[in-house]
Write a protein that binds this ligand. Structure first.
Ligand SMILES: Nc1nc2c(c(=O)[nH]1)N[C@H]1C(S)=C(S)[C@@H](COP(=O)(O)OP(=O)(O)OC[C@H]3O[C@@H](n4cnc5c(=O)[nH]c(N)nc54)[C@H](O)[C@@H]3O)O[C@H]1N2
Ligand SMILES: Nc1nc2c(c(=O)[nH]1)N[C@H]1C(S)=C(S)[C@@H](COP(=O)(O)OP(=O)(O)OC[C@H]3O[C@@H](n4cnc5c(=O)[nH]c(N)nc54)[C@H](O)[C@@H]3O)O[C@H]1N2
Ligand code: SF4
Ligand SMILES: [Mo]
Length: 678
């Protein structure tokens, strides 16, 4: 007899699909399907996950035993060892390093390979707090955009993404939902079916841009200028909602004083969009009721990333779009969960008895190679992340990981580029083999992931890994004895109004439960979460005051092409990017404008060398007007060591670790030259 077990996709994807696993009588998963009962999932997993059983759970290369390095770092030669032996060795090395240099010499590096609260935000956090290890700031995704939006609104919360269906105009600004947020697209199409318009602002003609009613293609990194030019038109044409503004915002006069500089004809050459098109956009936006701006993350990866989101956040304040159901800004929904759940109970930051050293994850390469680090980093424990591919300045990251005196442990499903540099590799459980409680950044349903399978071999969950290490280091605190079920109970132990009626019992029965938000949800009906309850246009005035008119000065003349690295259709960041593509004639592609290709004698499908002072990679040229002249684009995620052992990337060999104005990664501030490969 087969059984059906409810769960949820663990990936760093806003859709957070609900799924059902069919397990046969011999304990083997034979099917994985999107839940039909979950409104957003609507019975369909995306193409990346439809093969999850073959691509991860039963993949022949999946790690099921602990490994100890036998070759040089990065070479990928290992021998199998017992799990206990591996854990003993890690505990011994951590004890020795702590005795010699203090616990700050040990650095945990993790990200959201799994977004489960248990696997990514519970025992591991408790362990490293109790140890007093260095803390790594999770700045690589969303922090910059979040800082920009919050500077005006006091929060990242906003219109629920599914409420896009109520909008008369959906302005998808610097986001590519057909690829990155697939289950939202039907709600955007529903807006169009009801007579609404879809507008996309993106320097690349993405699948989403091609499917829109109107695509504006600005120069990268100029969105703050564009938004301020729209604000200029909105204020000058009397499209502001004065009554709403007086009650709900401050700083209008300060902002207005700066808007003269942002007349469309002055801004047009900077943004690369004709002035009359900017004026039309501002009118279309201001007169649509309701008008929704849909934001995501990719646009934050510029030095002025936060400033752009701040400037954009001004627009629905000026027009009073927030007053209408479906009007305003729609960004990620994470803050709803982080406010409602008992996160402090899960992570227990108070276990740290003194302040911890902080390292910005974007500058991992520097942290590993800087001789002045005090104390130097002597041990790294990595899980849920593949920084040798995904972090900027990948060359420096690899130099650091290659240090013979660095003790590195990687916990993952596959022998990733990062894992190849480890001294000890530990096999991780997949989402089918561990319990987890899942939040979402693209909807407001909490989900329970129930284990369906027995872990293969010695595969160990993140929670068990850190329980085992805590026991070996004699951490006697009772919190390390909490079971996974206890952790779920702790997370839900909150009297926040949004958790009213959410119960473990119902989560087990249904697989998911919506947070108790009002219906319809107008996020700021009772005011903005700022000290005076009003949105802050003064933050936008500050951005306007500091913008330089001449962006050209920021561009090194020797490197004329700006490289944008966007999310891949078939990969989830670097996950699933290990399958060889070049061999199939299937990229990875570099989109290059016909003018730029002609200047360099590059033909379609030619192998090109993309290079700058940081490094170089080879890609296949795709001559296309998908990009503006001066801009080239490729999908990021490709491993250096793909399944065929061939070197194709990673594209972060070309990026540097410049920080954004809110301490994030400025991946798109990358300038390259492109030549035909010999
Ligand atoms: N298939 C798939 N889905 C994913 C992911 C994946 O790897 N693959 N990753 C997930 C993750 S972690 C995230 S953060 C999200 C990201 O989701 P998105 O933010 O939608 O994706 P990105 O491709 O990072 O960036 C979106 C767009 O921003 C544009 N952009 C870059 N610079 C600028 C600019 O200066 N101005 C404007 N207007 N646009 C600009 C890019 O051309 C790109 O098309 O996707 C998630 N979903
Ligand atoms: N150039 C460029 N670089 C970028 C971006 C870009 O747009 N351009 N986007 C950035 C963004 S937005 C993000 S979010 C980051 C993402 O960067 P990362 O967080 O490094 O993302 P992944 O590459 O998917 O790595 C996740 C790893 O977690 C592992 N994993 C999955 N489940 C589990 C589990 O249960 N346990 C353990 N131990 N491991 C697990 C996976 O196998 C995978 O190796 O990349 C950033 N890098
Ligand atoms: S990656 Fe995203 S769209 Fe695909 S199954 Fe997972 S949650 Fe759904
Ligand atoms: Mo991300």
């Amino acid at each position: 007899m087969s059984t059906t077990v409810r769960g949820a996709c663990p990936h760093d994807c806003p859709d957070r699909c609900s799924w059902e696993v069919t397990v046969n009588s011999t304990g083997e998963a034979v099917a994985l399907r999107g839940s039909t009962a979950h409104p957003l999932t609507a019975g369909r997993l995306c193409g990346k996950l439809s093969g999850y059983l073959d691509d991860r759970v039963y993949h022949p290369d999946r790690l099921t035993r602990a490994l100890r390095r036998t070759g040089r770092k990065g070479e990928g030669r290992f021998t199998e060892i017992g799990l206990d032996e591996a854990l003993d060795e890690i505990a011994d090395r951590f004890r020795d390093i702590t005795d010699a240099y203090g616990p700050a010499a040990i650095v945990p590096f993790s990200y959201e390979g799994t977004q489960g609260l248990l696997q990514s935000k519970s025992m591991s956090e408790r362990f490293f707090a109790r140890l007093g290890a260095t803390e790594v700031l999770h700045t690589i995704c969303g922090a910059t955009a979040g800082a920009g939006v919050s500077a005006v609104n006091g929060t990242t919360n906003g219109v629920l993404p599914e409420d896009a269906r109520h909008a008369e105009l959906v302005l998808v600004w610097g986001a590519n939902p057909i690829v990155t947020n697939q289950h939202l697209w039907p709600a955007i199409l529903a807006a169009r079916a009801a007579g609404g318009r879809i507008v996309v602002i993106d320097p690349v003609r993405t699948r989403t841009a091609a499917a829109a009613d109107w695509h504006l293609q600005p120069r990268p990194g100029t969105d703050a200028f564009l938004a301020l030019a729209m604000a200029h038109v909105i204020v000058r044409s009397g499209h502001t909602d004065q009554a709403w503004l007086t009650t709900h915002a401050t700083g209008l006069d300060e902002l207005t004083a700066h808007l003269d500089r942002f007349a469309p004809d002055r801004v047009a050459p900077i943004v690369g969009i004709p002035a009359d098109e900017i004026v039309r956009l501002a009118h279309a936006y201001a007169t649509a009721k309701p008008a929704l701006i849909r934001l995501m993350i990719g646009m934050e990866h510029h030095p002025g990333g936060a400033a752009a989101y701040t400037a954009i956040a001004a627009l629905p304040i000026l027009t009073g779009a927030w007053a209408h159901h479906g009007g305003g800004l729609s960004f990620h929904t994470a803050a709803h969960f982080m406010a409602a759940l008992n996160m402090a109970g899960l992570k227990m930051p108070h276990l740290a008895t003194s302040p911890r050293r902080l390292i910005n994850m974007v500058q991992l390469g520097q942290a590993l190679t800087d001789p002045d680090q005090d104390p130097p980093v002597h041990a790294l424990l990595l899980h849920g992340s593949n920084p040798a591919v995904t972090v900027p300045a990948a060359g420096l990251v690899r130099t650091g990981l290659a240090r013979e005196d660095l003790f590195a442990v990687v916990h993952d499903h596959m022998l990733t580029d990062t894992a190849r540099f480890a001294d000890i590799v530990l096999p991780a459980t997949t989402q089918l083999e561990h319990l987890d409680l899942m939040w979402s950044w693209g909807h407001t349903d909490l989900m329970l992931n129930i284990p369906a399978l027995t872990p293969p071999g010695d595969a160990i969950s993140v929670t068990d890994l850190f329980r085992s290490l805590a026991a070996r280091l004699a951490f006697t605190d009772r919190c390390f004895a909490d079971t996974d079920a206890d952790l779920v109970t702790t997370a839900l132990d909150s009297d926040h109004a949004w958790l009213a009626g959410v119960s473990e019992h119902d989560l087990r029965t249904n697989g998911w439960q919506r947070l108790a938000l009002p219906v319809p949800y107008l996020p700021f009906a009772d005011g903005f979460p700022t000290p005076d309850g009003r949105a802050r246009l003064a933050s936008v005035a500050t951005v306007a005051a500091t913008l330089h008119d001449d962006l050209a000065t920021a561009r090194p003349p020797a490197r004329p092409l700006q490289l944008l690295t966007t999310k891949g259709l078939r990969s989830m960041n670097s996950t699933y990017a290990d399958t060889p593509r070049a061999a199939r004639g299937d990229g990875p592609w570099l989109d290059i404008h016909p003018d730029d290709a002609a200047q360099r004698g590059i033909g379609d499908s030619a192998v090109v060398r993309v290079h700058n002072d940081q490094g170089e990679i080879e890609l296949l040229a795709r001559i296309s007007r998908r990009v503006r002249p001066g801009v080239v684009a490729t999908e990021f995620g490709q491993w250096a060591t793909d399944g065929a052992g061939k070197s194709a990337g990673p594209v972060n060999a070309l990026t540097d670790d410049t920080l954004t104005d809110a301490g994030g990664a400025a991946f798109h501030h990358t300038f390259v030259e492109v030549d035909l490969s010999d």
